[in-house]
Design a protein around this ligand. Structure first.
Ligand SMILES: CC(=O)N[C@H]1[C@@H](OP(=O)(O)OP(=O)(O)OC[C@H]2O[C@@H](n3ccc(=O)[nH]c3=O)[C@H](O)[C@@H]2O)O[C@H](CO)[C@@H](O)[C@@H]1O[C@H](C)C(=O)N[C@@H](C)C(=O)N[C@H](CCC(=O)N[C@@H](CCC[C@@H](N)C(=O)O)C(=O)O)C(=O)O
Ligand SMILES: Nc1ncnc2c1ncn2[C@@H]1O[C@H](COP(=O)(O)OP(=O)(O)OP(=O)(O)O)[C@@H](O)[C@H]1O
Ligand SMILES: C[C@@H](N)C(=O)N[C@H](C)C(=O)O
Length: 423
């Protein structure tokens, strides 16, 4: 089977899926093999559920009478099919990457643009070599704009994802100390993420740039077309405002207060507002969209429990986002405890980065700094350190935290959100 021959199935399908458990009539099922399952064995189940077509990479499961087609690599086929679909799309595609804030910014952009357009945007964090093709293939004729998040942890990955998403507009949230191991240090992060700029420049597409970020400005100076925000002379200028623990922005007579905490979210809000204005939305529409967006995904999520203000930021962590979270949390009024867990994928710089973050936390105005993970443990003395989240929860059962504010931040693998029920 080749992608051109298969393309009519994609045009007719209800949705695409890589999980037979989600298949409904009219769907296409792409069967992958993994650590636990070889999904090709489930091709029959998928057709029993009404799948329009199934792609398998095991010849013995091919059955053209049931539209079960064999390809040498399900992944490669899916990527080629997505590229073909993208070639046929006539709508603006906005691509974004960066070290921190991709998902939040993507959600904000989608919320804003959805006030006026039918927007297809990346679901959750499906931002990689599997997630991007799935997202692109999900664009239907009724969609008017697509917002595609692109993630990477090594060189040439963004270049590859751009070859599929082919963004007309591109935005890099920032360069930070994330995935240092795979990128080969901070310079490697800059090179890897800048592959988006290379694509946009080579294809004369529009760059959205934060004029207050010197590294982004340096990478884009002299290029046209650019839509800039931030500085006074940028295309769009916003002032940062705060209400309690929440960050917002103002422009003209419009004041917007988001449900996001952390000064770092100002650039995320600014990017979404810029795109809203660029696509002709009214300030009031943008305000309603941003004020209505509530993070529910362990990304700087603020909640009140038993009278304690909790910041749940356990979806990921790296030195840049950890520093931002600590600085923000330090501005909270009242007594404060931070519970921070190891930051993964930092390679040889890991210990030094954990040591610097621990020092930063200990120098701040917190009642208690609690750490989880062997990297923080190796980094030195904190008020309290635990190797695993399970050890911490055992401790919390006997010794509840009494501060009025608690920050929880760690890499995903630490599973720090499990302590929530003991706070
Ligand atoms: C192929 C797949 O789905 N893998 C997921 C799967 O892996 P596992 O090996 O455990 O699969 P199984 O053996 O259980 O199943 C095999 C397949 O069979 C399907 N199946 C199973 C049972 C059944 O009854 N019916 C079935 O059809 C099943 O659906 C499988 O397809 O499970 C893991 C645990 O949940 C998943 O982690 C794994 O997902 C892989 C890794 C994946 O890439 N998923 C993409 C859809 C995706 O976009 N995932 C994002 C993660 C993005 C991310 O981490 N981004 C980074 C930067 C990118 C770095 C990049 N180089 C990379 O490595 O990804 C960032 O910083 O943002 C997500 O899920 O959020
Ligand atoms: N602009 C920003 N600058 C620095 N840190 C940020 C920024 N935006 C968000 N963060 C931090 O990063 C955390 C994760 O945010 P988000 O999920 O949006 O990032 P991401 O880049 O999509 O990460 P991932 O790809 O792993 O989902 C937030 O909870 C916050 O701590
Ligand atoms: C969850 C994954 N995309 C990620 O961001 N991993 C880093 C290492 C983290 O969890 O902090």
């Amino acid at each position: 089977m080749n992608p051109e021959l298969f393309y009519p199935y994609l045009q007719q399908c209800t949705k695409v899926s890589i999980d037979s458990r989600t298949i409904a009539p009219g769907d296409i099922f792409f069967a992958f093999s993994g650590e636990n399952f070889n999904a090709a064995e489930l091709a029959g189940d998928a057709t029993d559920k009404g799948a329009l077509a199934v792609i398998v990479e095991r010849k013995e499961f091919e059955d053209s009478t049931k539209n079960i087609f064999y390809v040498p690599s399900t992944l490669q086929f899916m990527q080629d099919l997505a590229r073909l679909h993208r070639d046929n799309l006539k709508i603006p595609v906005i691509g974004l990457t960066g070290s921190n804030g991709k998902t939040t910014t993507k959600e904000l952009i989608a919320a804003v643009l959805s006030k006026r357009f039918n927007v297809l945007y990346t679901h959750g964090n499906l931002n990689n070599h599997i997630g991007v093709p799935l997202t692109i293939m999900s664009v239907k004729p009724e969609h008017e704009i697509a917002v595609i998040e692109m993630g990477a942890n090594h060189q040439k990955e963004i270049e590859f994802l751009c070859s599929i998403a082919q963004p007309d507009y591109g935005y890099i949230t920032n360069f930070g100390k994330a995935h240092l191991e795979g990128f080969g240090g901070f310079e490697g992060v800059i090179a890897g993420k800048s592959e988006l700029y290379t694509y946009l420049k080579e294809n004369k597409r529009t760059i959205i740039v934060n004029g207050e970020d010197p590294l982004q400005v340096q990478k884009t100076t002299g290029y046209e077309p650019v839509v800039s925000f931030g500085t006074e002379d940028a295309d769009y200028h916003f002032a940062s405002i705060n209400k309690g623990n929440f960050v917002g922005l103002s422009f003209g007579n419009t004041e917007v207060i988001s449900q996001l905490t952390g000064a770092f979210n100002f650039s995320n809000l600014s990017a979404a507002t810029t795109l809203g204005l660029h696509f002709g939305l009214q300030p009031q529409e943008i305000k309603e969209a941003i004020e209505g967006y509530q993070p529910t995904n362990m990304r700087s999520q603020v909640m009140v429990k038993n009278g304690i203000t909790l910041v749940l930021d356990t979806y990921n962590a790296n030195p840049s986002s950890m520093a931002g979270s600590l600085q923000n949390f330090n501005t909270f009024k009242g007594s404060k405890t931070v519970i921070i867990g190891d930051m993964r994928e930092l390679g040889p710089e890991s210990l030094a980065e954990h040591t610097a973050i621990l020092k930063m936390a200990l120098d701040m105005d917190f009642d208690q700094t609690i750490t989880v993970g062997d990297q923080f443990e190796a980094a030195g003395r904190s008020s309290l350190s635990f190797t695993t989240t399970a050890e911490l929860t055992d401790y919390l059962k006997e010794n509840p935290v009494t501060s009025k504010n608690i920050l929880l931040k760690a890499s995903r693998g630490i599973g720090l959100e499990k302590v929530l029920e003991y706070l």
